[in-house]
Design a protein around this ligand. Sequence first.
Ligand code: AMP
Length: 293
Amino acid sequence: MRIVAAAGELRDALAPARREARTIGLVPTMGALHEGHSSLLRAASAECDVAVMSLFVNPAQFGPGEDLARYPRDRERDAALAADAGVDLVYAPAAEEVYPAGFSTTVEVGGLTDVLCGDPNRRGRGHFRGVTTIVAKLLNLVEPDVAYFGQKDAQQAVVIKRMATDLDYGARIAVLPTVREPDGLAMSSRNAYLTPADRRRAPALHRALRAAADVAVPGAAARDALAAARAELSGAGIEPEYLEARDAEDLSPVEAFNGRPALIALAARLGDARLIDNVVVGATTDPGGQENR
Ligand code: AMP
């Protein structure tokens, strides 16, 4: 496995693969790898001839009061896990490489980024602008055949699919199922912020989503499903930042379930950790093609 830090080195390293028409898979990450990342890396390695991982804690997607400075970083462990998962090439640039002096272009997807995690009253659209700008740069540099993302960040996946379609990226956007701890907690680099007491409460997020999914049969009202989730959360003393049912493809609000895939998504702050999770109902398979519960 090779690690490069400059865009030019990345292009050079990929040139032979491109010349020989070998397929390239890209997995963008911010490091602090866990099994959720590894599942994407293994898929890229299994499905593509060359598996590329980017490792960059992207300042542009953090808001002013957010956790950029203390985001967990462990390059050596990440490199070992990436190699284990079959990664061939790691692109780990410094911030100045990605955003040199004078950098002034952004990529922004409208509409889809105004809701849930992009609600201007909460995190704001700046988060997704940061995500789509870096992912656009990575797609341009790597020119992958497939780019892999996790269903854990469901809105991010929807937004990136939209961007890839709108901007004519050739890459297929693959979305793979959320990997969970044995007690149901979605794996996340931010779980490291949880105190032992909050770690014990945290599985209530997934229990709440499952309770909602049990109610969310065709014909059921979204408010009833969300009430079931809310009851589970309040039993654990958790007040969600948001808890909503939305169309899984266009994120429009869902009032009643009708058999179309619907996303039930939540965000909640437990101490210093802001956690998000979701389930997809109304489809036997999730957008990644595997069971999501
Ligand atoms: P991050 O390093 O948090 O930016 O995540 C990099 C990629 O890994 C994103 O596509 C995430 O959606 C995905 N990911 C993060 N956590 C999980 C998980 N628990 N299961 C599956 N994919 C995940």
